[in-house]
Design a protein around this ligand. Structure first.
Ligand code: ADP
Ligand code: MG
Length: 952
């Protein structure tokens, strides 16, 4: 075995489950099984390399300069990649180059910008389960966010969904059922880690050591063992993956979910918060509709806020105040916007500085961003009477006069929950007393933190308001967080070349004048270079040899080349080194002297520049907490400006929020859909829901009328209001809701056809079991996934249950095409019938998209089929069948054969359904169908066939 093989095996031994990228010169090589995997995943050639007598090992390599894109591929496929670097300068005299792993890259720990989505956090999460409780922690190593919570186990899927981690750690275990409680999660990469990482003492110790503290009480988690275990495991895992550089983690934010609205997977999807439509495209989502943020931090914050609506009225009012502040002044909005657009990703740049992987030009970007802060401040503080002088110590808050308000923050920090169990749901909303006392408790905790000086991200987002109504006060607070940091600007300005080229060490990064020593070295090296460069000319003149050339190669260094024919004229001081076919190569003592000057200087310049760069980074790191806080404040301003901008561009209005029992919306619109339609063509609609009378809105109407749109729009408006955004309506009073439930019956959508009737029922059951009087339940076409009778019966009994169950009492929007259900309003006093107005013109239906009181009298299914382009033969036949059916029904009614009125409404007279399906198939105009239409037809036919045979 060659020494290098031995070295490789030794390193590999410590990273058995990672693909080891082993640096050899200008390449990263992989060997053995790693090489097989890499060659397949990366589509690179698998070769082999001899590594000792009769030792030939598979090998596949990638060029070092392009490693990032290869790394991205591997990590995206869920591989762990260990990067092994050369740690000493190759030098033939010293034997083998020292090598070791500097970093293990996993989906949850990447730092490379090309692997990250600018406006999306990349989270690593950890989960530990015990009985009915769960410990949950997550960190974004690129921004330093770090949070933990102790939850009810049932809450875990919601938190996992909210955080959408790229990687989830859980304790290694033999029990196969240990992944209980993990929902299927797109992109989730489960990693089992050493069980001991999750042990309380180990985890606790790791946290105490990392933060250099003696008790976890300051984070408020000393008494939350599961939260500590999850957080500690993250820390230990990160330490394993990051072998050099510092870990960039802000203070651990311990939170409770009690202050937030729970949003389950279905609701996120059905309301299209982050992706929309069949292809899960981002551009038509609610986020894309609202997002006008200019900084990556702002983008990420808005995303977090949208995924975590609030229940706290005061906090919401404060957010709305801040939005109003920019909404009411277009000039200020534009000014702040232009300042914001100069700010780069402060959070991630800081993370890279700490990890030691920052690029010089990112420091220049950092400086440009810091330079923009005074400009931003100016826009914010125009006409603010309060002092906006940045305060040296932000812990002087809260000032004595007013009570502390906190600007709502995502994730950590808001943890007023002191136990795993959230307070009972009603008190989450009404019981402000309880919440308040919780807050006081937290404030105490924070004062303790403050004692420690700076508090960064973890718990700093506090806002002092004057009864929560003075928007300028809020801005004054934000302004105080926007510390300009001129000394860092000055440092970067002085030390880094204005347009740095390449990496530190290549000589073009440190600015001239920063280090006289470096300048002198560069100067000498430059002199020596120009001496050598001039040598060709001087030697030609001296010797009279016109063909004389100066060259350089790795083996001899600089040499003088003279053609064979001119040998006789070579001066005495030339020393021959090499004979070629047509020429001889020489050196001189003088040339060697300058050569060593150049080469030594090069090495020393490299070393010095690297070390200077490191020092600059370290100095910036020292202000890390201030930069973090600044980044947090910039993000918030960015989100407020963005929300104000969207609101102003689309004619939104500030909602009135209260703890009341009413949701009342005038001229509400669907924010994403209205943007897709021509301006002014979206039909606005009103909604009134109240726990006291109109608790259930039953919306009937034909397909394509706008039912789904209307009920979703209501839920979206409520959600937007509880994020702190303006809403698309001309008037909105929102009694805060604790949770929005949505369930959409068998999707119209083919691509999501996996949803089975069973799933639909399971989810409906979950809603019926969990909703409270404060919940908003949105049910769309429940019962569609089965035969008509079954479906009608289920839909009906669900409504009855929602109405009659004493405990439930939730507000409900129920859309259905079963117009037979409208009669329920007659017997259930809380049910209100609404329908979507439709007119008929020359036999064509026209959907008005206007919601009006009353029920639909027929379903217009055949009209819709015609509009959709179903072949005329099919449509005509359908009309025939329909006429028959109606006739039969009418004659039955007349002949008094109705059994009971209710049953009669559910009744569908007999006809031969198989015949109808066969007719439909016969009438198909196959050559003229597009593939999509064909699939749709097939799907529809299958559905009918199943209905016939009674299976779903
Ligand atoms: P339904 O659920 O009744 O079948 P949808 O809510 O899916 O109907 O709406 C069908 C289509 O009608 C939508 O895709 C949209 O283009 C249009 N639409 C719905 N509501 C409105 C509205 N208020 N204004 C304008 N167009 C609307
Ligand atoms: Mg619908």
């Amino acid at each position: 075995m060659t020494p290098i093989r031995r070295q490789y095996l030794k390193v590999k031994h410590s990273f058995p489950d990672a693909i080891l990228l082993f640096r050899m010169g200008d390449f990263y090589e992989t060997f053995d099984d790693d090489a097989r995997v890499a060659s397949k995943e990366l589509e690179i050639t698998l070769t082999s390399r001899s590594m000792g007598k009769n030792v030939k090992v598979p090998m596949a390599g990638v060029p070092a300069h392009a490693v990032e894109s290869y790394l991205a591929k591997l990590v995206k496929r869920g591989h762990k990649v260990a990067i092994c670097e050369q740690l000493s300068v190759p030098d033939s005299s010293k034997g083998l180059v020292e090598r070791d792993v500097v970093r293990v890259v996993t989906p949850g720990t990447v730092l490379e910008s090309s692997l990250l989505d600018q406006k999306v956090n990349n989270y690593l999460a950890a989960v530990v389960l015990e009985g009915d409780s769960a410990g949950f922690a997550y960190a974004d190593v690129t921004t330093g966010e770090f949070a933990a919570a102790q939850l009810d186990r049932s809450q875990l899927p919601l938190e996992l969904e909210r955080i959408s981690p790229s990687e989830v750690l859980s304790p290694e275990t033999d029990a196969p059922d240990s992944d209980e409680g993990f929902p299927d999660h797109a992109g989730q990469f489960p990693t089992e880690v050493d069980y001991t990482y999750f042990e309380l003492e180990t985890a606790r110790r790791a946290l105490l050591d990392h933060y250099g503290i003696l008790s976890l009480e300051s984070f408020g988690c000393e008494h939350l063992p599961l939260a500590v275990r999850a957080a500690g495991a993250i820390l230990l895992y990160l330490r394993d993956t990051r072998r050099t550089g510092k870990l960039h983690l802000l203070n651990l934010g311990v939170y409770s979910t009690a202050g937030f609205m729970d949003l389950d997977v279905n609701t996120r999807r059905n309301l299209e918060l982050f992706t929309a439509g069949r292809n899960d495209r981002r551009e038509h989502s609610l986020l894309a509709t609202l997002d006008q943020t200019r900084t990556p931090m702002g983008g990420r914050l808005l995303r977090r806020w949208l995924g975590q609506p609030l229940l706290d009225l005061e906090e919401l009012e404060r957010r709305l105040d801040a939005v109003s502040y920019f909404f009411n002044d277009a000039f200020r909005r534009a000014g702040a916007g232009s300042a914001l657009s100069k700010v780069p990703d402060l959070e991630r740049i800081l993370g890279k500085i700490k990890a030691g992987v920052v690029a010089p030009r990112e420091l220049i970007a950092l400086k440009a961003g810091l330079d923009a802060v005074p400009e931003l401040l100016e826009q914010l503080s125009r006409d603010i009477s309060a002092s906006v002088e940045p305060e040296a110590d932000s812990s002087s808050f809260p000032p004595s006069s007013s009570r502390t308000h906190r600007l709502p923050r995502e994730g950590g920090g808001r943890g007023h929950g002191r136990g795993t169990k959230p307070p009972d749901v009603d008190s989450r909303l009404r019981g402000n007393d309880e919440l308040d006392s919780g807050n006081d408790e937290l404030d105490d905790g924070n004062d303790e933190l403050d004692g420690g000086g700076d508090k960064s991200g973890g718990g700093s987002d506090e806002l002092v308001g004057n009864n929560g109504l003075d928007e300028r006060e809020g801005m004054a607070w934000l302004c105080r967080q926007l510390t300009p940091l001129p000394e860092i600007c000055e440092l970067i300005d002085r030390s880094i070349a204005p347009e740095p080229v390449g990496n530190p060490g290549e000589g073009n990064v440190i600015r001239e004048g920063f280090s006289p020593e470096l300048d002198a070295l560069k100067h000498d090296s430059q002199n020596a270079r120009s001496f050598i460069a001039g040598l060709e000319q001087t030697e030609r003149e001296r010797t009279g040899l016109r063909g004389l050339k100066i060259g350089y190669n790795q083996v001899f260094g600089y040499y003088i080349e003279v053609s064979k024919s001119n040998q006789s004229q070579v001066p005495d001081n030339y020393i021959r080194r090499q004979t070629l076919v047509n020429s001889e190569r020489y050196i001189t003592p003088e040339i060697k002297e300058y050569e060593s000057l150049v080469l030594n200087a090069k090495e020393r310049i490299e070393e010095m520049e690297r070390s200077l760069f490191r020092q600059v980074c370290e100095q910036i790191s020292e202000s890390g907490e201030v930069i973090s806080r600044l980044a947090g404040a910039v993000a918030m301003v960015d989100v407020f400006v963005s929300l104000a901008e969207t609101a102003s561009a689309n004619g939104y209005l500030r909602p009135k929020l209260d703890h009341g029992r009413v949701i009342s919306i005038k001229n509400g619109r669907h924010p994403a859909l209205e943007r897709l339609l021509d301006r002014g063509t979206y039909v606005p609609n009103d909604l009134y829901l109240s726990n006291d009378d109109a608790r259930i809105v039953l919306l009937t109407g034909p397909n394509m009328a706008g039912k789904s749109t209307f009920i979703r729009q209501a839920a979206i408006i409520v959600l937007m209001a509880q994020v702190g955004s303006y809403v698309p309506a001309s008037e909105a009073t929102i009694g805060l809701v604790d949770r929005i439930f949505t369930r959409v019956g068998l999707q119209d959508d083919l691509t999501t056809g996996q949803s089975t009737f069973m799933v639909e029922m399971v989810e409906t059951a979950a809603i019926l079991n969990q909703a409270t009087p404060r919940s908003l339940v949105v049910l769309d076409e429940i019962g569609r996934g089965t035969s008509t009778y079954d479906g009608l019966s289920i839909a009906r009994s669900v409504i009855e249950h929602l109405h009659n169950d004493q405990r439930l009492g939730c507000k409900t929007l129920f859309a259905t095409h079963y117009h037979e259900l409208t009669e329920l309003a007659g017997t259930l006093p809380g049910v209100r019938n609404f329908t979507v107005a439709v007119t008929e013109e020359d036999g064509d239906v026209v959907f008005l998209h206007r919601i009006v009181p009353g029920g639909a009298d027929k379903s217009y299914g055949v009209h819709v089929a015609r509009l959709a382009g179903l072949p005329q033969g099919v449509v005509n036949r359908a009309w025939e069948v329909l006429a028959d059916l109606e006739d039969t029904q009418n004659s039955k009614r007349k002949s008094g054969r109705r059994r009971s009125p209710k049953a009669a409404d559910l009744q569908m007279p007999l006809f031969d359904p198989a015949r109808a399906v066969a007719d439909e198939v016969k009438a198909l105009d196959i050559p003229n169908l597009t593939p999509l239409e064909a699939i749709n037809c097939l799907y529809e036919l299958q559905r009918k066939a199943r209905e016939l045979t009674g299976s779903s």
